[in-house]
Design a protein around this ligand. Sequence first.
Ligand SMILES: Cc1ncc(COP(=O)(O)O)c(C=O)c1O
Length: 475
Amino acid sequence: MRPLTPDALNPAILNVQYAVRGELAIRAEQLRDKLKDPSNTLPFDKVISSNIGNPQQKGLDQKPITFFRQVAALTEWPALADLAPGVFPPDVVARAKELIQEIGSIGAYSHSQGIPFIRQHVAQFIEERDGFPSDPANIFLTAGASAGVSLLISMLITGPTDGILIPIPQYPLYTATLAQYNGAPIPYYLDEASGWSTSVESIESAVQEAVAKGIKPKALVIINPGNPTGALLDESTQERLVKLCEEHSIVLLADEVYQANLHHRDTHPFTSFKKVVSKLRSPIPLISFHSTSKGVTGECGRRGGYFECTNISEQVLALIYKMVSVGLCPPVSGQIGVDSMVRPPKAGDPSYDLWKQETDATHAVLASRTSIMAERLNALPGVSCVNSPGALYLYPQIIIPPKAQEAARKLGKEPDAFYALQLLDKTGICVVPGSGFGQKAGEWHYRLTCLCPGVEEYVNKLEQFHLDFVATYGA
Ligand SMILES: Cc1ncc(COP(=O)(O)O)c(C=O)c1O
């Protein structure tokens, strides 16, 4: 028996890179273990995971929404409602009963596409959000948005000359999945100087360049609001992007998992691509992704999400159905999570006041933390940071002094990874270097989440580290 070695595996796996759980995150776990040893000499007493948008992670601040958890508890164990009379508000008891009546046991496989009753609620949510019809038959419930993205990319890529337009910087799910299926990433650059805006012209030239190299652009990925940038698209840019897809027969993959994470919702609301495509009566094939992982829900561990197909033929829908049925069904607890996300309590319901209080508090704290952090980072020498209007992140640019770049290269590291590793070792704060998301040659960034409690203490650490770094390596 020969041992199993990496060279016996699918070589595409070796090309997959996923920085948010990469070198920095692995080192952070090692440091966390070290902290458990009372004789450790580390210069900090906790590791802060600012590397991943995991709102309810231990040590971070976002509280679960009570309504969400109460519905989850009663659907897990329906007898609890009678065993603890008066504990659960009547609307929660009624909601759980209704779900259980439809679903039966949460421990059973469901419809592969997702429980029809819940898909109906997703369709109602979309109709109310956009003012255009949505059909439950076009909705697929998923184990988080990642499962849907991965499935669609696997179906679209037929070989190495098929490409997908990816924003730079991007969320590395896209390049990782493309690497896995041997597709070609076609990068287009977001413009930092104008708040990480999306330029239709730069996408157009990326299309031309790809075609000249023999790569066929099959799909355009738009992350709105953006990760890692937090940028929010305006409707006229969205319309131009839809036209561009029409012109080049490109499928639009709209990643809208941060649609509820907007810091100025009254003045800068979210517009979905479904709404824009419907308004323009555009024939472009559109797949829109959403998730329970982000927003005020923040239930990433529950793995709930959905995608909606617009302008997708019956034959292709049948093939998508065939592929999801190979995986049997998305987690039923995740599907129930989707139901609570798209059907929160309404004004007048017994659970409404608490739900409103909790969600308002989460929005307010994220907005204030983001702007305080951006302002303080901007005041540091050699740092510039777009004050992100949405999502959960900031993506500051840092000038890395030549001496530090040299020290990084000697260790075989990218300069921004070198900076991030030192930040982790000196402060316990784990961020992700910009090289994991993509950036222009010669520029350096890192991404940090805005989820940490105690913003003052946290930012003080970031500032002190940066000033020490500059003092050591020069400006
Ligand atoms: C832009 C974007 N899309 C998709 C995902 C995947 O989310 P999930 O699979 O948890 O729904 C994430 C997670 O951080 C993300 O940032």
